[in-house]
Design a protein around this ligand. Structure first.
Ligand code: FAD
Length: 106
């Protein structure tokens, strides 16, 4: 079976970075592809219990693919749900760009 921690870090890196560089004004095609990517996770993510819980959380909180900012925040909130479930500290979602796009201020 996969290393769930390493898989998780790699997947969050991919998802947060992709959200950080998603367009401010995505085309219908870009929105549709992002929705496909996100909706594939509960079906294909190779940690079955992770996938199951993530699917349930996504069912309660539909992805917001309307803009870069909205998507980044939505994803940050979903990651925080997983953090809470695992007893990890939650992340300040005002800092997603600093973490995943711009880097620290100086
Ligand atoms: P990670 O949680 O992997 O985070 C990596 C980095 O992202 C952090 O160092 C921090 O800089 C940044 N970060 C942290 N929180 C946020 C946030 N809210 N927004 C933006 N950036 C943030 N593991 C399980 O054991 N059980 C599960 O059910 C489970 N479900 C998962 C579901 C999904 C969809 C994914 C992608 C992963 C899941 N994982 C699960 C893995 C788990 O979330 C972690 O990736 C893993 O435990 C490693 O944790 P970590 O402490 O190294 O940091």
């Amino acid at each position: 079976p996969p290393d769930v921690e390493q898989l998780g870090r790699a997947t969050w890196t991919f998802l947060h970075t992709t959200a950080a560089y998603y367009p401010d004004k995505p085309t219908p095609k870009q929105r549709a592809n992002m929705l496909s990517l996100l909706h594939a996770l509960p079906i294909l993510y190779p940690c079955t219990w992770c996938a199951q819980d993530f699917g349930e959380d996504m069912g309660k909180h539909s992805p917001d693919v309307s803009s870069r900012t909205a998507l980044s925040r939505w994803l940050c909130e979903r990651h925080n749900e997983v953090n809470k479930k695992l007893g990890k500290e939650t992340f300040d979602c005002n800092k997603v760009d600093e973490r995943w796009k711009d880097g620290p201020a100086d």
